[in-house]
Each structure stands twice: as C-alpha cells, then as structure tokens.
Design a binder for this molecule. Sequence first.
Ligand code: NAP
Length: 321
Amino acid sequence: MIKKQLVIVGSGPAGYTAALYAARAQLAPLVFEGSQAGGQLMLTTEVENYPGFPDSILGPDLMEAMRKQTQRFGAQFQTSNITQIDLSKRPFTLTSDENETIKAQAVIMATGASAKWLGVPNEANLAGRGVSTCATCDGFFFRDLEVAVVGGGDSAIEEALFLTRFATHVYVIHRRDSLRASKIMVARAEANDKISFTWNTTVTEMVGDDKLQGLRTKNLVTGQETLLPVQGCFVAIGHTPNTEVLKGQVDVDHHGYVVTHNSVRSSVRGLWACGDVQDRIWRQAVTAAGSGCMAAMDAERYLEHEDYTLNRREPLEGLDW
Ligand code: NAP
C-alpha cells in the first residue's frame, strides 16, 4: 500500500501545474498520469496561444517540458489509471488499474474531459491529419481550404465561426433540421456567407489515406448519399468529463462536470478538481494550468491546517492513518 499526503489524478496542464506547485511546497505529490501522459495536448500539433512561446510550441513538447519541470522538484509519476476512489472517509482510498491501493489525505482531480468522436470508419486513422476536435488548436492549418464542422450546439457554431477566419468555406453538418446552439450564435453563423448548413445529415465515413480528402454523408430524410470534398473536418458533438470514478460521491452538474466552489474546491473536503473536469466553458491549456495552481495552493493550506505536513518528505508511517 502507498501512503501519500497528496495524490494528483491526471497529467494535462492542470495536473502537471498542480504537481509543480505541490512539489515546490515539498509535498512530494504522486501523479497518476493515466495510460497516456500529457492529456489532450498530446493530440495537437502547434500550440500558439500558450503564453511564453513566441514561435509556438508543439503540444507534446509543451507537455514534456511541463513534466520535466515538475519532476525537478520531486513529484513522482505513475503511468497508470485510477479506477476507483473511496471518498467516504479520510484518508481517501484510491485503486489503480495495476491493483495498487493508495491512501491519500488530499486528492486533486485533473482528469480532463474527452471530446466525443463520431465513431465512423477511418475517423481514428485521420485524427490529426485533417480530422480534429479543436478549431482553436488546429484551425490555422486550414487556410484557404474547405472544411466541415459536425454538430449543432454552441461548440459547433463557435468552431464554424472561428474557422471562417482561415477556410474558404465551412459546411456545418447537423443530424437534425434545427440547431441546439444559442440564438445569438445561430444569428452570427447565418449572417456569415462563408458558412452553409447541411441539415438532417450524418457523416458515415471519412475518406483519405494519410490525409482527409472528403466525407461520405447520408441525408436521413431522403437517404441520399454524397461525397463532400473537404480537407478538414471538425467534430464538435460535445465533451464527456472524465468523472466516472467519482460517481455518486461528489456533486456534478447535469453534464457530469465536477461542481466547484471558490474556484476549485469540490463538495468533498480534501478533494479539488481543476482543468477540464470542472470547466465546460473555457477549456484552454492556460486556464487549466491556472486552476491546477489554485488547487495545489488550496491543498497545501488544507494539509498545513490539518497538520499532516510534519516531516513532509518522510513517509507518513506513524501518523494517524
Ligand atoms: P451540446 O450542446 O451537447 O451539442 C452537441 C451537438 O452535437 C448537438 O447538436 C447534437 O445533436 C450533436 N451530436 C451529439 N452526438 C452526435 C452524434 N453522434 N452524431 C452527430 N451529432 C451529434 O455540446 P456543445 O456544443 O459542446 O456545448 C456543451 C455546453 O457548453 C452547452 O451548454 C453549450 O451552451 C456550452 N458552450 C457554450 C459556448 C458559448 O457560450 N460560447 C461555447 C461552447 C459550448 P442534437 O442537437 O440532435 O442532439
């Protein structure tokens, strides 16, 4: 069994920033990085809007740099997933997918949210090669090209509007004949002559070998199948916050995001949530990093107050576990 003062679950900008602050506070946090360290930025190419990189930085390079910086101050990493958390009493009990039991006085959840994918043939092969779930990240690469956005909510319309800065035309493909997005967003999209709507239509296949060349679509009313020759496809059908392990134990909103008070405090004492697992609005690397900092500073104060930080770098044997 592992005993730790602070465990951080998740390894995106929120998790690594929380770990950096906690490590510098000599809490020697243990970070569960999941099966793929680095989070959603590992799936992007150039990151141009993270402050401090005037020439931009590749998503994976940024995450590697954050990890190294965190490691320098004594954070420990484990490349496994947390599959269970028992928050009913402190210390909390966590179980990893390697069947390891971890006791922790405080936990920071930074498990992020996963963009939903359509699940159609060839989509996974072409992810990052014309198929994306983030226009803010990848839109720039579609200058003077035609692209499609799939979805009918605020995200889809926001992505479509953003993409008009680069693309020559944006097709919004929606499975129904009316949008779910807010009226003001719809009005903006309708007023933009670079955007057109393809109603009652689903994408049935993504076409291309090493880059996207088109979308096979089907009209759900007429049954007509079409090949739409676009070079980019942005799937904007929502995100799923990764809160499965907290189910029934922590307040979540009706979308499943952890409800936080005073920025990052969850409804359970000793548990904080930062980054996309509690943010369905901004969802940026820099906002996630900021909230990771807040979570670590709160956790440090909490641990100080609870007096668990005596002999900080020593194993916690002998304390009242
Ligand atoms: P959303 O509101 O849940 O919309 C998802 C859209 O994707 C819906 O139009 C849905 O179709 C469609 N969809 C879902 N699964 C699909 C599938 N398998 N195949 C094809 N289409 C599918 O998600 P969101 O747009 O990401 O927004 C999430 C929340 O964040 C909302 O509350 C939204 O208002 C908010 N948000 C706000 C802003 C803003 O204010 N600037 C920006 C982004 C998001 P149906 O309509 O048929 O269900």
